[in-house]
Design a protein around this ligand. Structure first.
Ligand code: TTP
Ligand code: MG
Length: 470
């Protein structure tokens, strides 16, 4: 019977369980992007990270292909440890008796975030096309509300007499379609979790990686979660996991059966939230990705004091940022630059304007003007940012008469000011030691207290601004 409702899923009297939420998480994303442009790396142990180039000593794994994970290599691991587990293929000389066995060696590549963002753009284009509401969480992860595009009904030809877990649903078919489109149009593999709420969809996408498709129909959520270790519940990191273990709570089932007051005593409000998640209760709506607070673009250079090179870079960055602002229909009231001097001295300068503008020439001239302060200085990274954004409809195209030449180095009301701070090091760094701003996942409110977050943690499932500098 086509369109039969699954047993135990009479959604009519429960609007919440009627929702169909997908969580899409790309498989070993940076490594898959590298394979897209170097297909010869398919099937090879591949590590993407930094710190293994000549002269580098510190660095971390950004990601490892599943073949490299079989050797124990994992994200955020120091590169030195990864190299012990999986020697570098370049050192695997068949004529050298002391060299590693080529069959036991891997390829190591540096991070090329710009390229991964391009690929992510292709993925997002598919997702936008397939979702009623799309919430982008990071460069490789998103939630889709597809309730109006599909349903929990059994697919044509499926018998609703089977158990819900066995029946193929329309939702599963749609998820397969989305997965295939991503693979075809962006060229990289994704894992998809399908569930009636966000937190279960998130767990489901992770449950059968890589190339996973796990469907958890309403009515199956609690039994699906129950046997999983608490660490699999979104928001439980190593510290919380230990706290829970001390309470005798090892699985999501234990958590679901625990006393919520006791959990609240130990973990505060998060305790109750995790309790609800373990029971499959999560009524958060999939809301569209929040508007950014700033738009920025930065570019790494091999350290240079060459003025023309620096100015050219800033011009290009300014044009890019201004174009993106215009595309998004947003005005800005602050224009800033960032100049990183080797090794990690981060300088930010910004100037506030009297009013909001959309004026690419002004972005360029203010950015170049701010750059003057670094005349003669060697820089290894430059950035341009517009902030104090205003997305309201407006025709205020330019701000005639603004004196771009005045007050060089005015810190305005931006963070950074004249201080020369040290750039925070993160486990996730781009090829030049800078922070990545785009990949970190959110956890439930307060999860940072767990101490298991990366330096660049963004909270609230991607609510924080895009491209913010710290
Ligand atoms: P993840 O989705 O956590 O990992 P992944 O896509 O590499 O692998 P999986 O198949 O398990 O999803 O992160 C997405 C990208 O973010 C990852 O490819 C590289 C980057 N990243 C870091 O740079 N550092 C980190 O510590 C982690 C976890 C990810
Ligand atoms: Mg991923």
């Amino acid at each position: 019977m086509a369109g039969g409702t699954l047993p135990g899923t009479d959604a009519d009297d429960d609007a919440e369980s009627d929702r169909v939420v997908f969580h899409v998480d790309m498989d070993c994303f940076y490594a898959s992007c590298e394979r897209l442009r170097r297909p010869e790396l398919d099937g090879e142990p591949l590590v993407v990270g930094m710190g293994y180039e000549a002269g580098e000593t510190i660095g971390a794994v950004a990601t490892a292909s599943y073949e490299a994970r079989a050797f124990g290599v994992e994200s955020a691991m120091p590169i030195s440890e990864a190299l012990e587990l999986l020697p570098r293929r370049a050192n695997a000389d068949p004529d050298d008796p002391d060299a590693p066995d080529p069959g036991e060696a891997g390829r190591y590549l540096p991070v090329d975030l710009d390229f991964y963002k391009e690929v992510a753009g292709d993925v997002k284009a598919v997702l936008r096309d397939c979702a009623d509401v799309l919430r982008e969480v990071s460069v490789d992860e998103a939630y889709l509300d597809v309730t109006d595009r599909t349903a929990w009904d059994a697919a044509a030809g499926e018998s609703a007499a089977a158990g819900p877990a066995e029946v193929r649903t329309l939702a599963e078919g749609y998820a397969r379609h989305v997965k295939e489109r991503i693979e075809r149009e962006a060229g990289v593999p994704a894992s998809v979790g399908v569930a009636p709420n966000m937190s279960t969809a998130k767990v489901a996408s992770d449950a059968d990686k890589p190339d996973g498709l796990v469907v958890v129909p309403p009515g199956e959520v609690e039994p699906f979660l129950a046997p999983l270790p608490t660490a699999d519940i979104h928001g439980v990191g190593p510290v919380t996991e230990r706290t829970l273990a001390e309470l005798g709570i090892e699985t999501a089932g234990d958590l679901a059966a625990a006393d919520p007051d006791r959990l609240a005593d130990e973990l505060g409000d998060r305790g109750r939230e995790l309790y609800r998640r373990a029971r499959g209760e999560d009524d958060r709506e999939v809301t569209p990705t929040g508007l950014p607070k700033s738009l920025s673009r930065e570019s790494s250079l091999s350290a240079t004091a060459d003025e023309e090179r620096k100015r050219e870079t800033v011009r290009a960055l300014a044009a890019d940022v201004a174009r993106r602002a215009r595309e998004r229909g947003c005005l800005y009231r602050t224009i800033g630059i960032k100049a990183v001097e080797p090794p990690y001295e981060v300088n930010t300068r910004a100037r506030s304007l009297p009013g909001p503008v959309d004026d690419p020439d002004l972005v360029e001239s203010v950015a170049l003007d701010l750059l003057d302060e670094f005349d003669g200085d060697r820089v290894r990274k430059l950035g341009v940012r517009v902030s104090k954004l205003d997305f309201a409809e407006s025709d205020q195209a330019t701000l005639g008469g603004f004196d771009a030449g005045g007050g060089s180095g005015d810190a305005g009301d931006e963070p950074g000011g004249r201080d020369r701070g040290t750039e925070p090091r993160s486990a996730a760094t781009d090829g030049d030691g800078g922070k990545l701003t785009d990949w970190v996942d959110g956890e439930p409110d307060g999860a940072d207290a767990d101490g298991e977050t990366e330096t660049d943690r963004r909270t609230g499932d991607g609510q924080a601004s895009l491209g913010d500098w710290s």
